[in-house]
Design a protein around this ligand. Sequence first.
Ligand SMILES: [Zn+2]
Ligand SMILES: [Zn+2]
Length: 168
Amino acid sequence: MLLNIVKAKTEQGKDFNFDISFDLDNGLIEDKHYNFLTPVNVNGVMNYQNDVLTINSEVSFKLQVVCDNCGESFEKDIKFDLNEKFIEQYDSHNEEDYLIKQTCVEIDKPVIDNLLLNIPTKMLCKEDCKGLCAVCGKNKNFSTCSCEALMEELENLDNPFNQLKNRR
Ligand SMILES: [Zn+2]
Ligand SMILES: [Zn+2]
């Protein structure tokens, strides 16, 4: 996605607001079985000075994610700061530098580079997600089962000290 920077280049040293949205490919996050539910929005300020375009912005979007604890899918808002520099191509530059293409910059590049770093590695549908029952596999957030009580009973039956107690 190209972001037009003509204004910033004509009035150097001055801040210009920008607000741009674009779709990103689900392939970027498919390893995690996540999906983009909204376009990615980048909102912030650009400033061009001494052959460098500086961007200070916030990236925001909504994901469909899967709870690591119970496997239920839910929506998650993601927000992160994106502060980057783009340089003119005529300078010698490193491969990882973001380059200015005359009147615009490819704003999606730094977004993609920073995307995975800013998506939490552990997703929980809620802080106190109860997870799945280890015995019957039911989601304990939605239903209760008697498995745990039953297991406890069985353990007590097997316990030899209980049998001793019963003999007395
Ligand atoms: Zn959960
Ligand atoms: Zn159960």
